[in-house]
Design a protein around this ligand. Structure first.
Ligand code: ZN
Ligand code: ZN
Length: 190
């Protein structure tokens, strides 16, 4: 199937994210098979800072991403090192627009030591960040949480949980993701 000019756009938001982004981008490309376009670093998302909580509002970052998605961007993913919250949660690893365009992920809570098996030669943070990015992008392709604890769409309660799952979608989630991608690409193009 031919996939025209559509790409997954990745937007770094400051911190040391650029150190990890090439690995994350490669992993996203492998899983979704779409070209990846990394935009310029937009810096710390001060517009989303809640001065009382001293955390950053993921809803606001998501809105900013969606409204600034460049032409041809099928999905847009923000990656930041700052701590994110969503009004109903004390913190979030990330947030996505279900069956929509945007997602945002933070590395902030992914830095602790983990007990789970790591991909060989891959530092824990990169491996966790990859999985969280793939998980949130999965939501943008219409995937809900999955009961299979090895699947990328399994809900992560903590970093240990993220370390346990594999960097793959289970066959059921993968089929659904491909179906949604086909409909995104051919039935309701950007
Ligand atoms: Zn989720
Ligand atoms: Zn699954």
């Amino acid at each position: 199937m031919s996939r025209p000019d559509y790409s997954i756009v990745i937007v770094p938001f400051g911190g040391d994210i650029l150190d990890y982004l090439a690995d994350v981008a490669e992993s996203i490309h492998e899983q979704f098979g779409l070209p990846i376009r990394i935009e310029e670093d937009r810096g710390i998302p001060e517009f989303a800072l809640d001065p009382v909580r001293r955390q950053y509002n993921s809803n606001m970052i998501l809105k900013e991403l969606i409204s600034s998605c460049p032409p041809g961007g099928l999905k847009i993913l923000g990656v930041t090192a700052v701590d994110l919250f969503s009004p109903i949660f004390s913190y979030v690893f990330g947030e996505a627009q279900f069956n929509g365009r945007g997602a945002v992920v933070s590395s902030y809570r992914l830095r602790g030591a983990g007990s789970g098996p790591e991909r060989q030669g891959c530092p824990p943070l990169v491996s966790r960040l990859e999985k969280e990015c793939l998980h949130e992008l999965g939501h943008t392709f219409g995937l809900r949480h999955c009961a299979d604890p090895d699947c990328l769409m399994h809900y992560s309660v903590g970093v240990e949980c993220a370390d346990r799952k594999f960097a793959f979608f289970c066959p059921a989630c993968r089929d659904l993701m491909l179906w949604h991608m086909a409909s995104d690409l051919f039935l309701k193009p950007a």
